[in-house]
Design a protein around this ligand. Structure first.
Ligand code: SAM
Length: 380
């Protein structure tokens, strides 16, 4: 199935796979544990939040998503970026938080291949009043990224002509899909490469990752680290076709949401020697890390000047972060995992403070408004 860009206002209806459980008795046994945490997953759970049964395992809890949204919006990898592409939209945990960081992004694109999960994400975004701040794409994100690189390198016209020559039967069969593709290609062609940033929270391959002391990212299923990184890199043939792009930015910056015990050496190995350092941040709740985010700069083989500028900004940001942490709750910093303390020179690890404590600082007028509304409705 070809990816489809949903039109403005188009919403997939909730279906039989989308649930809002209200009683423990309704909840399948394997997600009961998560249901007990429902308000720390979505603070507004009781406002009719819907999830598919499998989304419970992958959704990013709201305090973590809020903190990531805040960090990403000011991280040096996001400098000059206005378009955020969330490759794995899920039930909306992260993308809603991105949309709530009001005004930071000109466009947020959420891609999700499972129709029911996308219906939940749209419904949940409506609960948080951000439905129309998100551009929704139904389909495979790897296919979308392939199209992204094609349209970016200017071969879209050639592609369309090619398909027109396919002949009667195939052409008729593909007509509807072609219309979908045209709309998606139109969107992608309008994006400026240097303004785009990718966020990816891929499936981690079930719960088995928990048993591993160091998680081997080459074995992550169904997509490993290299596949994710490749999807965000201009394919070689595009660079050859368009030598002018050789010296231009051709790797999108990425924030990758990965298991907390991911092998940091594998992340570091993605970037060539001499490239800017990678930040890796552990996101914690109640003192325990939930996941890490690797902030990978784009354009990693850029000229020295770009690299110097990036490192300077990164240094400034780190100093500011250190100051903020000193002023807030330094005693809550969790202990670094063993593999992080043996850090490779190519990356830095920083440790986010306990997020539950920190949410009060999140500057989000919309959220505060909703909280007040909720409190008053409880009191009445
Ligand atoms: C870990 S969940 C994402 C959770 C999301 N960040 C949230 O907070 O709700 C991964 C999601 O990726 C979707 N997915 C898996 N493969 C995909 C693909 N190739 N393209 C797009 N979505 C995909 C799954 O259906 C699942 O909903």
């Amino acid at each position: 199935m070809s990816p489809k860009l949903l039109k403005k206002g188009e919403k997939f209806p909730l279906d039989e796979n989308c649930h809002h459980y209200t009683k423990l008795g309704e909840v399948p046994w394997d997600i009961q544990k998560y249901w007990h945490q429902r308000f720390s997953i979505f603070e507004f759970y009781n406002y009719d939040i819907h999830l598919t049964d499998s989304a419970w395992f992958g959704v990013t809890p709201e305090p973590v998503a809020t903190r990531i949204a805040r960090d990403l919006s000011t991280h040096p990898i996001a400098d000059g970026k206005r378009v955020l592409i969330d490759l794995f939209g899920g039930a909306g945990g992260n993308v809603i938080a991105f949309a709530l960081s009001s005004g930071r992004w000109d466009r947020i694109i959420a891609i999700e291949k499972d129709r029911s999960t996308l219906a939940c994400a749209q419904h949940n975004a409506e609960v948080y009043d951000v439905l129309d701040k998100i551009t929704w794409v139904h389909g495979d994100c790897f296919e979308v990224m392939k199209r992204f690189w094609k349209t970016t390198r200017g071969t879209k016209g050639m592609e369309m002509k090619g398909r027109g020559r396919e002949g009667g039967e195939a052409a008729n069969k593909g007509q509807e899909q072609e219309d979908d593709n045209e709309e998606l290609d139109g969107l992608l062609a309008g994006l400026k490469l240097e303004e785009c940033l990718v966020f990816a929270s891929p499936p981690w391959g079930g719960v088995s990752y928990r048993d591993q002391e160091v998680f081997d990212l080459s074995k992550m299923e169904p997509y490993n680290l290299e596949q994710l990184y490749k999807a965000c890199t201009m394919p070689q043939e595009a660079k050859e076709e368009h030598p002018s792009t050789q010296k231009q930015k051709h790797i999108l910056p990425q924030a990758l949401f990965l298991p907390r015990q991911s092998d940091l050496n594998q992340i570091a190995a993605l970037v060539p020697e001499g490239a800017p350092k990678i930040d890796v941040v552990q996101y914690c709740q109640k003192g325990a890390s939930k996941a890490l985010v690797a902030y990978l700069p784009g354009n990693i083989d850029a000229g020295k000047e770009d690299k110097k500028q990036y490192e300077e900004k990164r240094g400034q940001k780190k100093r500011k972060q250190d100051d903020d942490q000193e002023q807030t709750i330094p005693e809550l910093l969790p202990e670094a995992p063993k593999e992080a303390s043996e850090a490779h020179d190519a990356y830095d690890t920083s440790y986010a403070q306990d997020i539950e404590v920190d949410t009060s600082k999140v500057d989000n007028a919309e959220k505060r408004k909703r909280k007040r509304r909720r409190r008053s409705s409880h009191n009445n």
